[in-house]
Design a protein around this ligand. Structure first.
Ligand code: S3P
Length: 434
């Protein structure tokens, strides 16, 4: 599938975006290891999260899929069964790394794999701590690459200092720690998204946060609970940037998750002088807000503080799009993790901007964008990366004539409704063709 993107003028209207991907994965996986029903309302219905749901079913968990609501009837870790086949998690790093933590505690063998992109992504970051806890983990390149085989059970808690700020590594170690004997301590260089900590507490798990890091005692069984999934800020971000860069736009996005470990894109746009208003509605287990963005001001380039990076990691290709529209230079450093996402997102972001005639310098751990030049219509290739496909579409809205984005079927991993949503705000912006 390909898109033709026609710059159709200002974006106007009110939208909602699909459920948060990170929270949906966790609701399914923690629901599976919990005891009693976990009722997930408004989950993301996309390939990544559907793969997690399917994996949970293959582990013997009884699931009621009512569409808008999914009920995971967990029976505790001892209720999980050896899967009859390889678990294929498609494109999802979160699914594979969290499930590895879950399966490391289970006294049977499982095999995890994924698509070509996921099979290139590093797994030593989870295989190492899981082995230290006593799981037998193997895979290509000594367990760094999928497929991974895991023979779990008999784990002992560890103290683990991760060298990367990664919520996937943190969640993996804590999931294994729940099933281990003794205490597990996890420390990371800076705080990554904290949805796992919030969900564990909601499910009644005692999790201590102190100078030594996060710790929990093994043997605690999470209690099933209700989880309302807010809209995904990583999906809302495309329209926030579009409204900030296309003059005279006025876009309201309702029911967006604004967990402070995820709102780097809001901080970035505010610092670039965008006209953005965040009105908090509720803060049950996850804060939720309505966001309004108007295209009333010229954006200014900024130097992004490296400590913001974990809270904006998935939005950095889009940050480059905002930077292309801004006056002056925008510097992003400290983001080497981008090299091991669904694509090498430093490389693919640089290609995307250069394709549109924007000057961008590639760094080992980020990029420097020289903004303010005219955006040229172009043919952008997603390279199979959903966020590059959608960021290219937003960049195309700033050009003077139509562009093409090729290989867009990858968008169904996270946001199938993206073309309709963009067309609702700016009719005629996207047409799909094969
Ligand atoms: C995620 C964590 C981040 C993020 C990914 C989702 C999660 O990855 O990039 O899209 O749900 O835990 P890392 O944990 O590798 O930083």
């Amino acid at each position: 599938m390909n898109w033709r993107i026609t710059p159709a003028g200002p974006l106007h209207g009110r939208i909602e975006v699909p459920g948060d991907k990170s929270i949906t994965h966790r609701a399914y996986i923690f629901g599976a290891v919990g005891e009693g029903p976990t009722v997930v309302t408004g989950p993301l219905r996309a390939e990544d999260t559907d793969n997690t749901l399917r994996a949970v079913v293959h582990l013997g968990v009884q699931v009621e899929d009512l569409g808008e609501k999914v009920i995971i009837n967990g029976t505790g870790p001892s209720g999980l069964r050896e899967p009859g086949d390889v678990l294929d998690l498609g494109n999802s790093g979160t699914a594979v790394r969290l499930l590895a933590g879950l399966l490391a505690g289970c006294p049977f063998m499982s095999i995890l794999t994924g698509d070509a992109s996921l099979r290139r992504r590093p797994m030593a970051r989870i295989a190492d701590p899981l082995r230290s806890m006593g799981a037998l983990v193997d895979g290509r390149e000594n367990g760094n690459l999928l497929p991974l085989t895991i023979r779990g059970g008999g784990l002992t808690g560890i103290e683990y200092h991760s060298s990367v700020a990664s919520a996937q590594v943190k969640s993996c170690v804590l999931l294994a720690g729940l099933q281990a004997s003794g205490r597990t301590v996890f420390r990371e260089p800076s705080l990554s998204r904290d949805h796992t900590e919030r969900i564990l507490r909601r499910m009644g798990v005692r999790l201590v946060e102190g100078g030594e890091g996060l710790s929990l005692e093994g043997g605690q069984v999470p209690r099933g609970c209700g989880i309302d999934v807010p809209g995904d800020i990583s999906s809302a971000a495309f329209f926030m940037v579009a409204a900030s860069t296309v003059r005279e736009s006025d876009v309201a996005i309702g029911n967006v998750g604004v967990n402070p470990t995820r709102t780097g894109i809001v901080r970035l746009l505010e610092s670039m002088a965008a006209d953005i208003e965040v009105r908090e509605r509720t803060d049950d287990h996850e804060p939720v807000a309505d966001i309004r963005v108007r295209g009333s001001r010229a954006l200014q380039g900024i130097e992004v503080p490296p400590e913001w990076i974990p809270s904006i990691i998935d939005e950095l290709p889009l940050a480059a799009v905002a930077a292309a529209a801004a006056e002056g230079t925008t510097v992003i450093r400290g983001a080497a993790e981008l090299r091991v996402k669904e694509s090498d997102r430093i490389r693919t972001t640089v290609q995307m901007l250069r394709g549109a005639g924007i000057t961008i310098e590639e760094l080992d751990d980020g990029f420097i964008v020289h903004g303010g030049a005219r955006v040229r219509a172009a043919c952008f290739d997603s390279g199979g990366d959903h966020r590059i496909a959608m960021a290219s579409a937003i960049l195309s809205l700033m050009a003077g004539s139509p562009s093409e984005v090729t290989d867009t079927s990858c968008v169904s991993t996270s946001f199938r409704e993206f073309p309709e949503t963009l067309n609702a705000l700016a009719p005629g912006s996207v047409t799909e063709h094969s």
